[in-house]
Design a protein around this ligand. Structure first.
Ligand SMILES: Nc1ncnc2c1ncn2[C@@H]1O[C@H](COP(=O)(O)OP(=O)(O)OP(=O)(O)O)[C@@H](O)[C@H]1O
Ligand SMILES: [Mg+2]
Length: 334
C-alpha cells in the first residue's frame, strides 16, 4: 500500500507575547513548541487516529499538512505532493474539517456556503448541486439548508463543516474532533459516515479526537501525541496489549480530603490520578499499575491511616483511555 501521508521531523514553534494580569502585553515572548520533531505515516485507505491532550499539537499538525501553516523545519508529503513545493496539489487532494470552524460564512446560508466552496474547488455546477443536496442529507441539515449559518446551533455548524470537508470529493480527509459538540445520535451518525467514507469510498482519513471510544471503534492505527511528539503508536489492540500486563485500578473513598492525599507521600510510587467525584463527598483514585496487589494494599493502608472509608474498588483490563493516560502521564517513548 502506498503512503497517503508522510511527515518527517516536523517542527513548529509559536512565539506568543506574555500579558501580566490586566496590564498590556509586555515585550517578553514565550516559545511554544507545538510540533517537536514529529514524524507520521498514513497508508492509503487507512483511518489513523491522532490522540492527545489539549495543546498536544494535533490541530497544528493538521494545519501544517493542509498547507494552512508552514512548519519551521521538516518535510511532509500528502498524496505524493510536497506540502511546501506543491501546496496547490496538496489542497486539491484533501478535504479538511477544523474545530471552531471559522471558515464558514455566517452571513450565508448552509447551502450557499457549500456552493461557494464547490466553486473554489471548481466542482462543475450540476455536479455541485447534486452533491450539495446529498451532503445536506448526509449531515441532516436539509431543513436548515436555506437559513443563515449565524442562526445555526454549534452542533449544526459542526455538521455543516463536516459536509464542507466532503465538497471536493478528495481522496484524503482530515477531521479535527468531528464529533465535538454533537449529541450522541449525531456523533454516531458522523462516526458511521466516517467508516462508510473509508470502507465504501476508499478515503484515507486522519482523525484527531479526544474520544477514546471513537478512536477504538474507527481507527486502524492510532498515534498518541504529547508536547508535539508522537509518544506511542500502533493498532488500538496493540496499544492495549502493550499495557496488558498492567491493570487499571480505581478506588472510591470517603472521609478523605484531597489535601490529605496530596500530603501523603506513600502514593508517590504509583501514578495516581486523583479527583473529587460529583457527590462532593467522595474521592476517586485511579492508576495503571504493574503490581496490583502491592499498589492496592499501599493505597488501602493510606486510606485507613487517615480514617477514610473505601466505598468501591475496581480492577480491570486497561482500555484505550488507560493507555492514553498511561503514556501521557509517564511520557515514555514508544
Ligand atoms: N497561532 C498560535 N499562536 C500561538 N500559539 C499557538 C498557536 N496555535 C497553537 N498554539 C499553541 O501550540 C500548542 C499546540 O496547539 P494545538 O492547537 O495544535 O493543540 P491540540 O492538540 O489541537 O489541542 P486541543 O485538544 O486543545 O485542540 C498549544 O500550546 C497552543 O497554545
Ligand atoms: Mg485542536
Amino acid at each position: 500500500m502506498l503512503d497517503a501521508i508522510i511527515a518527517n521531523d516536523l517542527t513548529k514553534t509559536f512565539l506568543t507575547k506574555k500579558r501580566r494580569g490586566r496590564l498590556p502585553f509586555t515585550g517578553e515572548k514565550i516559545e511554544i513548541k507545538a510540533l517537536d520533531g514529529l514524524s507520521l505515516r498514513v497508508k492509503e485507505g487507512e483511518i489513523v487516529g491522532l490522540l492527545g491532550p489539549n495543546g498536544a499539537g494535533k490541530t497544528t499538525l493538521i494545519k501544517v499538512l493542509s498547507t494552512l501553516i508552514i512548519p519551521d523545519s521538516g518535510t511532509a508529503k500528502v498524496n505524493g505532493y510536497d506540502i511546501l513545493k506543491e501546496p496547490v496539489r496538496v489542497r486539491e487532494s484533501i478535504g479538511v474539517m477544523l474545530t471552531g470552524e471559522r471558515a464558514l460564512y455566517w452571513k450565508l446560508t448552509g447551502r450557499e456556503n457549500l456552493l461557494y466552496f464547490s466553486k473554489l474547488y471548481h466542482v462543475p455546477k450540476d455536479l455541485a448541486r447534486q452533491r450539495i443536496d446529498e451532503l445536506l442529507a448526509l449531515v441532516g441539515l436539509e431543513e436548515k439548508a436555506d437559513e443563515l449559518v449565524e442562526n445555526y446551533s454549534s452542533g449544526q455548524k459542526v455538521r455543516l463543516s463536516f459536509a464542507k470537508a466532503l465538497i471536493n470529493d478528495a481522496p484524503i480527509l482530515f477531521f479535527d474532533e468531528p464529533t465535538m459538540s454533537l449529541d450522541p445520535q449525531f456523533s454516531r451518525r458522523i462516526r458511521n459516515t466516517i467508516r462508510w467514507l473509508n470502507e465504501e469510498k476508499g478515503k484515507t482519513i486522519l482523525l484527531a479526537t479526544q474520544n477514546m471510544f471513537e478512536a477504538d471503534e474507527l481507527c486502524h492505527n492510532v498515534s498518541i501525541i504529547n508536547q508535539g511528539k508522537i509518544v506511542i503508536k500502533g493498532t488500538p489492540s496493540e496499544l492495549k496489549t502493550k499495557i496488558l500486563e498492567k491493570k487499571s485500578i480505581r478506588v472510591i473513598a470517603r472521609n478523605l480530603s484531597l489535601n490529605t492525599i496530596f500530603n501523603d507521600n506513600l502514593l508517590n510510587n504509583a501514578k495516581w490520578t486523583i479527583r473529587e467525584i460529583d457527590d462532593g463527598q467522595s474521592i476517586m483514585l485511579q492508576a495503571i499499575v504493574e503490581d496490583k496487589e502491592s499498589a492496592l494494599s499501599e493505597l488501602l493502608d493510606m486510606i485507613t491511616r487517615h480514617n477514610g472509608k473505601v466505598v468501591n474498588v475496581t480492577v480491570s483490563e486497561p482500555s484505550l483511555e488507560d493507555v492514553f493516560h498511561y503514556y501521557n502521564i509517564n511520557n515514555e517513548p514508544s
